[in-house]
Design a protein around this ligand. Sequence first.
Ligand SMILES: [Zn+2]
Length: 70
Amino acid sequence: MKWTQCPQCGLLAEVVDRDVWPSTDGPVEHAHVRCADRHRFVLPVASLALQHHEAPPPTARSETTQIRRT
Ligand SMILES: [Zn+2]
Protein backbone atom coordinates (compact mmCIF):
# COMPACT_ATOMS: atom_id res chain seq x y z
CA MET A 1 0.00 0.00 0.00
CA LYS A 2 1.28 3.46 -0.84
CA TRP A 3 0.12 6.83 0.43
CA THR A 4 0.14 10.18 -1.31
CA GLN A 5 -1.64 13.54 -1.22
CA CYS A 6 -5.01 14.31 -2.82
CA PRO A 7 -4.46 16.76 -5.74
CA GLN A 8 -7.84 18.41 -5.02
CA CYS A 9 -8.08 18.81 -1.24
CA GLY A 10 -4.59 17.93 -0.01
CA LEU A 11 -5.74 15.22 2.40
CA LEU A 12 -4.01 11.86 2.78
CA ALA A 13 -4.86 9.63 -0.17
CA GLU A 14 -4.46 5.90 -0.70
CA VAL A 15 -3.25 4.27 -3.92
CA VAL A 16 -5.96 1.64 -4.38
CA ASP A 17 -5.01 0.24 -7.78
CA ARG A 18 -2.53 0.51 -10.65
CA ASP A 19 -2.93 0.25 -14.40
CA VAL A 20 -0.61 0.48 -17.37
CA TRP A 21 -2.05 2.54 -20.22
CA PRO A 22 -0.55 2.64 -23.72
CA SER A 23 0.51 6.04 -25.05
CA THR A 24 2.43 7.45 -28.00
CA ASP A 25 5.59 7.39 -25.83
CA GLY A 26 5.01 3.80 -24.76
CA PRO A 27 3.15 2.30 -21.80
CA VAL A 28 2.59 4.65 -18.84
CA GLU A 29 1.79 3.31 -15.37
CA HIS A 30 -1.15 5.07 -13.71
CA ALA A 31 -2.26 4.92 -10.08
CA HIS A 32 -5.88 4.98 -8.90
CA VAL A 33 -5.98 7.27 -5.87
CA ARG A 34 -8.76 7.64 -3.31
CA CYS A 35 -8.46 10.31 -0.64
CA ALA A 36 -9.91 10.60 2.87
CA ASP A 37 -12.71 12.80 1.49
CA ARG A 38 -13.57 10.18 -1.17
CA HIS A 39 -12.19 12.05 -4.17
CA ARG A 40 -10.92 9.65 -6.81
CA PHE A 41 -8.20 10.31 -9.35
CA VAL A 42 -6.17 8.40 -11.90
CA LEU A 43 -2.67 9.88 -12.10
CA PRO A 44 0.60 8.91 -13.79
CA VAL A 45 2.84 7.19 -11.25
CA ALA A 46 5.62 9.66 -12.12
CA SER A 47 3.60 12.56 -10.69
CA LEU A 48 2.79 10.52 -7.57
CA ALA A 49 6.50 10.01 -6.89
CA LEU A 50 7.10 13.77 -6.86
CA GLN A 51 4.46 14.31 -4.18
CA HIS A 52 5.63 11.30 -2.17
CA HIS A 53 9.19 12.62 -2.17
CA GLU A 54 8.20 15.65 -0.05
CA ALA A 55 7.58 13.45 3.00
CA PRO A 56 10.80 12.31 4.68
CA PRO A 57 10.96 8.63 5.63
CA PRO A 58 10.37 8.03 9.36
CA THR A 59 13.65 6.10 9.72
CA ALA A 60 15.68 9.23 8.87
CA ARG A 61 14.74 10.84 12.20
CA SER A 62 15.97 7.95 14.35
CA GLU A 63 19.23 7.75 12.38
CA THR A 64 19.83 11.46 13.02
CA THR A 65 19.17 10.95 16.74
CA GLN A 66 21.70 8.12 16.92
CA ILE A 67 24.37 10.24 15.22
CA ARG A 68 23.82 13.09 17.70
CA ARG A 69 24.06 10.73 20.70
CA THR A 70 27.36 9.32 19.39
ZN1 LIG B 1 -9.54 14.84 -1.80
